[in-house]
Design a protein around this ligand. Sequence first.
Ligand code: SF4
Ligand code: MG
Length: 342
Amino acid sequence: MFGLQNECVIKFDEEYRSLEDYQGRIARWCSGCGDNGILTAMQRLCRDEQLPPEKTVFVSGIGCAARFPHYMRTYGFHGLHGRALPTAQGIKIRRPDLHVFVNMGDGDCCSIGTAHWIHAIRMNMNMVALLHDNNIYGLTKNQSSPTTPAGLVTNTTPYGSYLKAMNPLSVTLGVTNASFVAQTVEWLPDLMYDVVRKAYLHKGFSFVRILQRCPHFVPDHFSSLLADPSKLLLLKHENGMQVSDAVGRRYTSQEEHDPASLNRAREIAELEDMVPVGILYRNERVACYEDLRKPERMFSTDHRQATLEKAFDRFGIFPRSAEGATGGRGAQHSIRQDRASD
Ligand code: SF4
Ligand code: MG
């Protein structure tokens, strides 16, 4: 885990933090890359929620999106391909007081990281997982990913991708304990901000798929969505997203969708001719794994001491003759011998 660029970030609680307080290094993504907009949204969220930088951590795997933690002036962990989620879970179980965000690409999350993704949904730890989905491997130069649509020509599929794309929304909604599933697009910054803010406010594992442009390798990939706003289906509801008048006038395809309905969420996720944006599903009754594990008890001084003594006792060698066969450590040795011969 790297720190805060050798700068002192200790701040008094009452001090207001501006956007600059969350800006790390200069982002080195390609010009026009959708990751830039996602970065701005997350910095804005941190500013608006006044998240203490020393209590905030961004975790990533490998890929273009995985450079995210370097560009935040918070704590961060740029880890291994596909392993962002178990790293984030380790951080959260040990430090449930931290605000944890995860940045994953589509190859990162939906290919090598799939097993971690499935179990992270089931464990429902309180964090925000952002899937930067550009439908391609960017960092490794234009290979097809699990979300690449059939027919798209890539370096690994020069005659077009053979398979129908994986649907990350359907997958997430199909896993036991799914508690928050949303989708947005990075070229609508206000809508994206509203979605990630709702995700942050949800207590549990908030999964947000963000359709993200990669102008370097697939410059026209989402152009039909940008050209025809009616292809975006805005999900709005008093218990979900509220859509501003400006957005509502331009994006006329709308549905009143109660995010409590899992069945309708699954139907919406499977739509072929529309791209839903907003909250598909939210269930606040699912318990968080870190609460079930009660880490404050697990990591108390008494608990640690008892655990250590138990571990030492297992491997200690205490001759029976030292204290007799019927008491003290000699008795423990006798018990261990009995167990070993079982
Ligand atoms: Fe963004 Fe694509 Fe460039 Fe990667 S290759 S930084 S995803 S535009
Ligand atoms: Mg990608």
